[in-house]
Design a protein. Structure first.
Length: 224
């Protein structure tokens, strides 16, 4: 990549938050909440949903500048997400995190568990005059105004902030879990279906953190 192209990409990353906050302001509501999850596609570990609400009228220029790099958590590396985490926590009006354990996912099913976690997280931050945005889904039996946004974590500041909170929270849990369940390398892949993770399952079988209902080639050779 040419130096000028790299510089332009770096500049876009530094100002992505401005574009996302502009989208939320364009909705014409003072209070905008967003929800997103982390861990839906994992073989092991909990599903974590987060909801973040911003007061559009209370945001200062300094806060918006500090969150200039805000974007979908997948667009950031570990260090960048950790740097954004306290900025979101100190800037948001409300933040709620909901975690659903492995056995609950197995009992209820992944999709049902995911929607319920997103709903519960949003209920924790929502207020009657708030617009709630969800990355890709609408949730039933919610009770507040909601709008699903396809690709929301790269469109809305509130959803992107929720994706950062959910991802950092879950990754921290999985890194601590690595100490309690050594050998599966949870600190490296945080439960996702990487070749190293599948190889570890082949060597050691499954841990208490593995989802037994999750259909994956990683389990094909195991007698579960």
């Amino acid at each position: 990549m040419r130096p000028n192209a790299r510089a332009r990409r770096a500049a876009r990353r530094r100002t992505s938050g401005r574009r996302l906050f502009a989208f939320d302001r364009s909705l014409g509501v003072r209070f905008v909440a967003g929800a997103d999850e982390a861990g839906r596609g994992c073989l092991a570990g909990p599903l974590v949903a987060a909801a973040v609400m911003f007061d559009q009228e209370a945001l200062t220029t300094r806060e918006l500048r500090a969150l200039g790099a805000l974007n979908d958590s997948k667009q950031h590396d570990h260090a960048a997400r950790e740097a954004l985490y306290p900025l979101v926590m100190s800037t948001a009006e409300r933040v709620v995190v909901v975690s659903r354990c492995v056995r609950g996912i197995d009992d209820r099913g992944l999709h049902v568990t995911n929607l319920a976690a997103l709903r519960d997280a949003l209920r924790g931050v929502a207020r009657p005059d708030c617009l709630c945005l969800i990355d890709g889904f609408a949730v039933a039996e919610f009770g507040f105004e909601q709008r699903p946004i396809v690709g929301g974590d790269a469109t809305s500041a509130a959803i992107a902030a929720a994706s950062i909170i959910a991802k950092v929270t879950r990754d921290r849990f999985m890194r601590r879990a690595d100490e309690l369940h050594p050998g599966w390398e949870f600190a490296t892949h945080v439960g996702y279906s990487t070749p190293e993770h599948r190889a570890a399952i082949g060597r050691q079988g499954v841990s208490p953190l593995h989802r037994m209902s999750f259909q994956s080639t990683a389990y094909q050779q195991l007698a579960l």
